[in-house]
Design a protein around this ligand. Structure first.
Ligand code: C5P
Length: 201
């Protein structure tokens, strides 16, 4: 049986950084499942239909330079509400989770839908203002033309859509460990995640 860590939570709560760090620490493969939805959204912005875009996804689509823009994030959250799109992406994610040597998957529905049998489930949160501030710095730092208010509004819009949709809404699994990173440095958040995973390993 392979070892699977499921890390879910809203945008910019720290999932990505925590997932990369624990994958490295425990020698696990890592899949940022948000990239699947972002790459699908980017293809839709190029003019494809959502389901066709999801079915046509290739590894190189996950490396596009524009996946971190606000437009692509919004398109990702829109295609992610379509049940057929989600269904088209399930097999790849479950196969990744079954890798020999174990895997970390981060997203919105990993603990609830993709890997309900995961050995460790973390639900990472932070206050809206902390998340918006982190995402603003990140986007600004990579040269994007954004304002703090705009980033906050976009995050809230995405959270409402991701939590309110019928298909695999963003919510903690019943057995998820909650990790609120609002008052934590990234080092502390990573250390806490490592402690929780070590206890389950
Ligand atoms: O995690 P990230 O912000 O890159 O995800 C982009 C969008 O993809 C999210 O807002 C959400 O709508 C969708 N998503 C999802 N399920 C996942 C991962 C991401 O619905 N497992």
């Amino acid at each position: 049986m392979s070892f699977t860590v499921a890390i879910d939570g809203p945008a910019a709560a720290g999932k990505g950084t925590i997932s990369r760090a624990v994958a490295e620490r425990f020698g696990l493969a890592h899949l940022d499942t948000g990239l699947l939805y972002r790459a699908t959204g980017a293809k839709v912005l190029d003019g494809m239909k959502p389901l066709a875009a999801a079915e046509a996804l290739r590894a190189e689509d996950l490396k596009r330079d524009d996946l971190r823009t606000g437009d692509v994030a919004r398109a990702a959250s829109q295609v992610a509400a379509i049940p057929e799109v989600r269904a088209a992406l399930v097999t790849f994610q479950r196969a990744f989770a079954q890798r020999q040597g174990g895997a970390v998957l981060d997203g919105r529905d990993i603990g609830t839908v993709i890997c309900p049998e995961a050995q460790v489930k973390l639900f990472v949160t932070a206050s809206d203002n902390v998340r918006a501030d982190r995402r603003y710095r990140e986007m600004k730092g990579s040269g994007m033309d954004v304002t703090p208010e705009g980033v906050l509004a976009d995050l809230r819009e995405r959270d409402v859509r991701d939590s309110g949709r019928l298909a695999a809404p963003l919510k903690p699994a019943e057995d998820a460990v909650m990790l609120d990173t609002s008052q934590m440095s990234i080092e502390d958040a990573v250390a806490k995640a490592i402690e929780i995973i070590s206890a389950a390993r």
